[in-house]
Design a protein around this ligand. Sequence first.
Ligand code: ACO
Length: 322
Amino acid sequence: RPRLGITALGSYAPPRIVTNADFEAYLDTTAEWIESRTGIRERHFAADSEFTSHMGLGAVRDMLERDPDALEGVDMVICATATPDAMFPSTAALIAGQVGLTGSGAFDLSTACSGFVYGLSMAQGLILAGTARRVLVIGGEVLSKIVDQNDRNTAILFGDGAGAAVVGPVPDGYGFQEFVLGADSAGGPALFKGCIADRLPDGTPMGPKADMNGREVFKFAVRVLGDSGNAVLRKTGLSSADVDWVIPHQANVRIIEAAMQRFGIPMDKTVVNLDRYGNTSSATVPLVLREAVDDGRVQDGQQLLLVAFGGGLSWAAATMRW
Ligand code: ACO
């Protein structure tokens, strides 16, 4: 089968920065608690008038500044998001219409923080099936708008932003190798945000703001990152020693440390930027990957392991040669 991979990458974070000290002013918390328990120092928040489509548009524009021909041949747009502008039109269609992709297929994908890695896999499948030639995959969020800013359990964790990637043909020896995707709604009550239904199937009541059992999500995250990362390496026929860089979902540096232990890969082979962005859900993987490519850590031909987890509860892991 033809080799497919990421042919262009862009990212965006809104200009407003909210520091840990800003939360001290009105929440029963301290900057020291937030940093020591999560690794987060600051995050970006969208303006009142900005939504996920603005984040995604920013990421696509960043991509086009680097490579003006990046969207050439794109005929499908996927936006992975837990914070769509609307139920419909899809955020993907809203972005497509503003970047000259009117008429291409467009849909949103809902697997919360695992969404970008899920999206890469969907893009590969659509191209291999002959449905699309090239796919624009966006992971974008405005989590600040669905978090209760007076709830110290969640307010401190999340930030806003987006990443965008074009998936298309790459030379032999490069690109995607294997994917492992999963979800288990038994963990749904540990992390949710209501929409139309007022409760989950088990009766857990849902409101308009995100709710989370942090300890449960933490335990789940460490287990599934380790299991799915090791599973996708086995599926690819690789050992942890073959991995040049682990590109993990950025939720909590302690979760990343625990996952790296489970892979048997040292911390200096992963990239962390949650100190500056917090958890931007489906945007974390493209944001951190773009940063690591820009600063020269991730180099041509290197072996990457992408791992993510999120609401669902869900998980997604991928191997690829950059
Ligand atoms: N400041 C001060 N104290 C706090 C804060 C805060 N901001 N938040 C919670 N606490 C308190 C708790 O109330 C608890 O108090 P108690 O012992 O009196 O009950 C105490 O701190 C310790 O709570 P723990 O839950 O044990 O703290 P922990 O070390 O686990 O850290 C955290 C909490 C940061 C939420 C952690 O559990 C975590 O990161 N979990 C994963 C969260 C996550 O990744 N969510 C995103 C999923 S991705 C998606 O799809 C959106």
